[in-house]
Design a protein around this ligand. Structure first.
Ligand code: HSE
Length: 297
């Protein structure tokens, strides 16, 4: 009647796939304890590590859980306790981890009446609360694991993508907060055909590279001609961090989700560690505080 889970941080967009591509991190994430109780409804009993709303309707995990309960006749309720290790506004799917974790655990305690795709749909309601838009590119990998592609939003169609064995992510989080809603509001609503051609070429290349474990192709495809040029101005020393990461051997480097975290993908842990050193050096030099994570994808 009680379950304790790890719910992963995620990198959305992965450069070329704005709102459609995402990946889950193996070792960076939150912990949650979900209890089945006799009192109906959802209660957030405790949040450790961050100041976040406890009212069910104002909490992303609460809203996602309510969306699930809305579709089932349930004789009992659930209490949720969250230990936040992912900082909100860091760009590695803090709200997605809470939303996805809540619905995954409740589904488990109910003996799994819902599919993973249903759970994505419920967790997206948490994302709607957090950012104003029910995007699925963080919650899908959080629930499915590895790399995922949102092939379509209407109807919702999520494809699980093969993840190469030696792929590692390095993520540096400059200690500023960027709200996803703000980072979305600055984007243009139209794309030129010229940019679209480059972008869908890269999405196809990345997917192919992931399946064939062609690390060079993965690297060549990690480009973003649409969102990064606009959003990178919000991120301290973005170009320098990117340049130094690539010099240190990263396959590619870009903005994690809506930022300000910057991610790099590398082949092998050793390179991922070198990339971390290169990133740190940049922020140490310009005097910016940061958190850094390395994780298998
Ligand atoms: N695709 C979303 C965005 C992810 O870039 O706004 C937010 O984490």
């Amino acid at each position: 009647n009680e379950i304790k889970i790890f719910t992963p941080a995620t990198i959305a967009n992965v450069s070329c796939g704005f709102d459609v591509l995402g990946l889950a991190l193996d070792t960076v994430g939150d912990e949650m304890i979900i209890k089945k109780v006799t009192q109906k409804g959802i209660r957030i009993t405790k949040i450790i590590g961050q100041k976040l709303p406890l009212e069910t309707h104002n909490n992303v995990a609460g809203v996602a859980a309510l969306a699930l309960l809305d579709e089932i006749d349930c004789e009992f309720g659930f209490e949720i306790e969250i230990t936040k290790k992912i900082k909100p506004g860091s760009g590695i799917g803090s709200s997605a981890a809470s939303s996805a974790g809540a619905v995954w655990a409740i589904n488990k305690l109910l003996e799994q009446p819902f599919s993973n795709l249903d759970l994505v749909r419920f967790a997206m309601e948490g994302e709607r609360l957090a950012s104003g838009v029910a995007h699925a590119d963080n919650v899908a990998p959080a629930l499915f694991g590895g790399f995922t592609l949102v092939r379509s939003y209407k109807p919702l169609d999520i494809i699980r993508i093969h993840t190469p064995k030696e792929l590692y992510a390095t993520i540096i989080h400059p200690q500023i907060e960027v709200k996803t809603s703000d980072a979305r509001n600055i984007l243009k609503t139209t794309v030129t055909l010229k940019d679209a051609i480059k972008q869908w070429g890269n999405v196809g290349g990345l997917i192919s590279g992931l399946y064939t474990e062609d690390y060079d192709l993965i690297g060549r495809s990690l480009e973003d001609h649409i969102v990064e040029p606009i959003r990178s101005i919000l991120i301290p020393a973005f170009n320098l961090v990117k340049q130094q990461s690539l010099t240190a051997g990263a396959l590619g480097c870009g903005i994690s989700g809506s930022g300000p975290s910057i991610f790099a993908l590398s082949k092998g842990k050793e390179t991922a560690l070198k990339v971390a050193e290169a990133m740190k050096l940049v922020y140490n030099k310009v005097g910016i505080d940061y958190d850094i994570h390395i994780s298998k994808v």
